[in-house]
Design a protein around this ligand. Sequence first.
Ligand SMILES: Cc1ncc(COP(=O)(O)O)c(C=O)c1O
Length: 399
Amino acid sequence: MSRMTVEQLRQDLPMAREAAYFQTGTYGPASDSVLRAVQETMESEARHGPATPAGRQAHMEREAAARSGLARLLNIREEELGIITNTSQAMQQIVRGIGWQPGDEFIMTSLEHVSTYGLSDVLAQEHSVAVKVIEGDQKDAALLEELASAVSERTRLVCLSHIASPNGRLLPVKEAAAIAHGAGVPVVLDLAQSVGQMPVDICALDCDFAVGSGHKWLLGPMGTGYVFISARHIPGFRPNFIPDRNPWTLADVPTPEATARSRIEIGTYNHALVVGLGRAVEIMESIGLDTIQAKAAYLTSRLRREIAKMERARIITPAETGKSAGITSVMFDGFTKKEMDGLVARLQARQKAVVKAQWLTAPPDPVKVAMRISVAAFNSEDEVDRLLEGIEEGLSSRA
Ligand SMILES: Cc1ncc(COP(=O)(O)O)c(C=O)c1O
């Protein structure tokens, strides 16, 4: 595929014609190219009959290309990749694949996504697992020190987000993995907020498992996610007790090697969505994730510079270079969730600017709420300025 520019991507996004969209951290907008790839695959299956050779042909090659494209983007082997519907489900598959015993420990940070919090509650209630939560709101060195003292011989899994959902902080995941591995403990990384925003090399991060979404920064179709299981864990990893042989397998046919796909994906899935995700990955690759990251960084620094001048605003995303990417979370003095919801709605109505009111704690504390602004490479300077203007107006109308 020939090289594509960020501007060409923007032209291809129906959403960009409608609004200044700063919600890619929740759901990224799909491009016309992605929509076309999904539609063509579904139409072709429908026209030929999905279970006919021609119907199968409609998606098989493109799907194979999609799977290898995503594996290449993540720098993993194809057999280490499984594709499912979203990060939350992917995380469930990994965490539930650990054979938990009462008294085992699960370690996560306080900045994990609410779905991981929910999962940790289940581990505690149903499996009597001790859940240890590391404070995410501290400097890297202190966080790593806390992790090192939390890991014990009962720890079975450490879970960290690469970029934290509430405040956009980049966590020191590689260093954390080294600490966990030093104690023989595997690590699962939540890549939902990093892949598609910046180059992410799973192999270099040296984790055991990783999960992420296609429908956020990758701008893939809604309801796509992925799982990485390191080759060294595949043979022993059985979250769903899928048999390696089924009763119809002929005795003289060798059992195929287990893969992340055979361990994670069960039954029929939507081929067209996988093809659409493949198209989204192709677009990312053709622009280049370095370019994507640099453009978002430029817009983000413009945004933060101006927000920092606003009297009642406090940016809670770490300011140091390399400690965040395109997400900026801002608190406004005295704002409750209700008031933040009001400001978010006002921005949508007056500026056609879409941002999120983000809880900062689980369970929610009504005064710990931020505006989460997800700046993507496809956003424009005009959109950032429109948003800033809207925030200023909203704050002064409340004063
Ligand atoms: C870090 C993180 N993990 C998990 C999720 C859940 O993603 P999904 O909706 O794809 O399950 C999110 C969603 O915002 C997230 O930010």
